[in-house]
Design a binder for this molecule. Structure first.
Ligand code: ARG
Length: 459
């Protein structure tokens, strides 16, 4: 039986099932490098403040480096009996340097230790995440550059509404992912804080130097209150909440890709690299990856709900419930990082069926607003123009023709205001090109949006 590091007060050993149930090592092994990093900073501080001798500090630090090397070589075996990452690492340190290892935990508790590990881990995830989000935003901008003048049906209620540029549609997603980027950037602010030195909850009698560990661990600042330091999980909740919004955006885009790649729409074709086949239907090419990202938004929302629920009734300070903060965070981190990378791959390799997109803007009544605006610009009150065009659309539907196929004679019978130039107005390209109001779909407006986005991406 492995002797527990907290075993002194106990007469009997832990029930096997209890041990299993309580152990977090099963799912937190990825914290190992961060745990070692935290310990290295802590021991350096213990040495510099004279809490332990400089020589002791050096021996412990060298021991930790040896453990780190073993970890990198995959020579560490994590043991349930050692409960969590902290005690697993300390046991290996003990194997390296003997009883001196016991001095590492001076002026520290697992409560501030685990919080430190989580802050360090999430900081590194956020840095990867910001890079991935930047890449996706760049991909969207590059795609948009190629499709400024690709006409596309704009929808409301999933019904053709008004013709737009495909780039306008894409750039809407650029804006969503930019807001996600900003939210995660803000998330860094509350993650970049050092809880180490809070000890169990109340600080310590030892003359520790929290500024020093804060600098060594490259945290922006130290937590101002020891009780907040060990019980705060807001930084994880912010991450889970931001991740949920991000997944919602990815999922909406996936839904569109699924529609667009269907036989009925036939607007895009996803690359074989991101599609799978059917085990029974030989003709099938399924956009599984887009469906999977859409589906995975469920677990990411779930992780947010789980932790919010875990936290809501917790009295200060540390409670074992807090151990439930990890799996959801790891799962969301893995899910969003992979989803971002798959989405980036799908977008940058898909084939855009420009001809079909443009055709879809011509064989419909999405130019009806153009005709109403045309009449309104010539002085007819817009409500009357709307009514007139509405009636004309109904007549056209009955006759099986579109507005651009109505003869000039019929137009003039409808209103004397209509002249030959109406046919130009009814073209979807004209409709798009004229919408240069700020943020509109006009070609000039989109070019401005793209220029602005490029500037933002250079920052
Ligand atoms: N495994 C624990 C967790 O993840 C580490 C902290 C343990 N602290 C304690 N007082 N039992 O939360």
């Amino acid at each position: 039986m492995v002797e527990k590091l907290w075993g002194g007060r106990f007469e009997a050993s832990l029930d096997k099932q209890t041990e299993e149930f309580g152990a977090s090592i099963k799912f937190e092994q990825r914290l190992a490098p961060f745990d070692l990093k935290g310990s290295l900073a802590h021991v350096k501080m213990l040495g510099e403040t004279g809490i332990i001798t400089a020589e002791e500090a050096t021996t412990i630090a060298n021991g930790l480096i040896k453990v780190e090397e073993k970890l990198m070589k995959g020579q560490i075996e994590f043991k349930i009996e050692n409960e969590d990452i902290h005690m697993n690492m300390e046991t290996y340190l003990h194997d390296e340097i003997g009883p001196l290892a016991g001095k590492l935990h001076t002026a520290r508790s697992r409560n501030d230790q685990v919080a430190t590990d989580m802050h360090l881990y999430l900081k590194s995830v956020l840095s990867d995440l910001l890079k991935a989000l930047r890449t996706l935003r760049e991909t969207i901008v590059n795609l948009s550059v190629n499709h400024v003048d690709t006409l596309f049906p704009g929808y409301t209620h999933l019904q053709h509404a008004q013709p737009i540029s495909f780039a306008q549609h894409l750039m809407a997603y650029y804006q969503m992912f930019t807001r996600d980027f900003e939210r995660f950037e803000f998330n860094v602010k509350h993650t970049d804080m050092n809880p180490l030195g809070a000890a169990a909850l109340a600080g310590t009698t030892f003359p520790i130097d929290r500024e020093l560990t804060t600098n060594l661990l490259q945290f922006e600042k130290a937590y101002a209150n020891s009780m907040d330091a060990v019980s705060d999980r807001d930084f994880i909740l912010e991450f889970l909440s931001n991740s949920s919004l991000l997944m919602m955006h990815l999922s909406r885009l996936c839904e569109e890709l699924l529609l667009w790649s269907s036989h009925e729409f036939n607007f895009v074709s996803l690359s074989d690299n991101y599609s799978t086949g059917s085990s029974i239907m030989p003709q099938k090419k399924n956009p599984d990856m887009a469906e999977l990202i859409r589906g995975k938004s469920g677990r990411v929302y779930g992780n947010l709900m789980s932790l919010l629920t875990v936290m809501k009734g917790l009295p200060l300070t540390y409670n074992k419930d807090l151990q439930e903060d990890k799996e959801g965070m790891f799962d969301s981190a893995d899910t969003i990082l992979t989803s971002l990378s798959v989405m980036d791959g799908m977008l940058s390799t898909m084939t855009v069926n420009r001809v079909n997109m443009e055709k879809a803007t011509e064989q419909d009544f999405s130019n009806a607003t153009e005709l109403a605006d045309y009449l309104a610009a010539k002085g007819l009150p817009f409500r009357e123009a709307h009514e007139l065009v509405g009636q004309l659309v109904l007549t056209c539907i009955k006759k099986g023709i579109y507005l651009q196929e109505v003869s000039l004679k019929d137009y003039q019978a409808l209103s004397q205001l209509i002249e030959e130039d109406v046919y130009e107005i009814l073209q979807s390209r004209t409709a798009v090109s004229r919408r240069n109001s700020l943020g509109g779909t006009g070609f000039e407006s989109i070019k401005k949006q793209i220029e602005q986005a490029k500037k933002e991406l250079q920052k």
